[in-house]
Design a protein around this ligand. Structure first.
Ligand SMILES: NC(=O)C1=CN([C@@H]2O[C@H](COP(=O)(O)OP(=O)(O)OC[C@H]3O[C@@H](n4cnc5c(N)ncnc54)[C@H](O)[C@@H]3O)[C@@H](O)[C@H]2O)C=CC1
Ligand SMILES: O=C(O)[C@@H]1CCC=N1
Length: 270
């Protein structure tokens, strides 16, 4: 079996390790690095996966999955460049960082695949988009797609679309959580106990998501079906339109895309 090392086990690194374990991948085929020892101990206890140093991760794993913050990438790349001596597949989950940054730092010919996943990977419901770098073979992309398919859904996109994908599905769960948070607050305002409001809203979100994914309706048709003439829903929709919520969401996603571009540009001179 292919050995996989996750480099940096924070939120997304843990989501990946957890998703792969739940998908039945053998613990012996998984490793991780983590600079905070307490965090490493916590994860080893939770998942039974081995914590190693970077040199050992490079020696033992064929696939190295980089899951540190873009701001921490330079140190990791320097260490990888020092220890990689044979062909490895390096997978980056880092927002904004182009495959070219990895390729110009790592040994010539290193296969690099850029992936934008999201945290629902923790429950096997990830949305991930993959793009191959200059030296990534079809077999490398297929291997990454197979890994990601075990923890959710995966699509292949041209690398030029990755900043937009980061804004849409990478950050996307945060916008849904924000919406749910605001709707629960509305329940509190209307005098519903927090636990009841949360149950009402979370199940409505799950139901709506299931209809979007499993039904054959377009979001506009689904919304229209809830919106009765002179009813309650249209009274609420008018307020959303008055407050420019649609434009705010479009602006928010554009700002997230722009930030992803900036994170990559910060490393242009490296
Ligand atoms: N959190 C999210 O929803 C998503 C995050 N990403 C990307 O994943 C990457 C990680 O993000 P998060 O997990 O949210 O950050 P995080 O801060 O929770 O995790 C990063 C982890 O890397 C560790 N680390 C940093 N430098 C290290 C080093 N040299 N050696 C070993 N461990 C090291 C840190 O101690 C930390 O535990 C980022 O590049 C982000 O853009 C991508 C998609 C979604
Ligand atoms: O906020 C961030 O930068 C990361 C990338 C996508 C989701 N979280």
């Amino acid at each position: 079996m292919t050995t996989i090392a996750v480099l940096g086990a924070g939120k997304i690194g843990e989501a990946l390790l957890s998703g792969l374990c739940s998908a039945g991948r053998a613990r012996e085929d998984l490793l991780f690095t983590e600079r905070h020892p307490e965090r490493a101990a916590e994860l080893t206890e939770r998942y039974g996966v081995g914590h190693v140093g970077l040199a050992e991760a490079v020696r033992r794993a064929e696939v190295l999955i980089v899951a540190v913050k873009p701001q921490d990438i330079d140190a990791v790349l320097a260490e990888l460049a020092e220890h990689i001596t044979e062909r490895k597949l390096v997978v980056s989950l880092c927002a904004g960082l182009p495959t070219a940054l990895f390729e110009r730092t790592l040994p010539r010919g290193t296969a690099v695949v850029r992936v934008m996943p999201n945290t629902p990977m923790l429950v096997g419901e990830a949305m991930a988009a993959v793009s191959g770098g200059a030296h990534a073979a079809e077999s490398d992309l297929a291997l990454v797609e197979e890994l990601l398919a075990s923890v959710g859904k995966v699509v292949r996109v041209p690398e030029g679309q990755q900043d937009a994908v980061t804004a849409l599905s990478g950050s996307g769960p945060a916008y849904f959580f924000y919406l749910v948070e605001a709707m629960i607050d509305a329940g509190i305002l209307l005098g519903i106990p927090r636990a009841t409001a949360a149950e009402l809203i979370v199940q409505s979100a799950v139901g709506a998501a299931a209809m979007l994914r499993d039904g054959d309706g377009h979001p506009v048709m689904l919304r229209e079906a809830v919106t009765s003439p002179a009813g309650t829903t249209i009274a609420g929709i008018r307020e959303l339109e008055k407050h420019g919520v649609r434009a705010a969401l479009i602006d928010a996603i554009e700002a997230a895309r722009n930030r992803s571009v900036e994170l990559g540009a910060a490393h242009e001179g490296d």
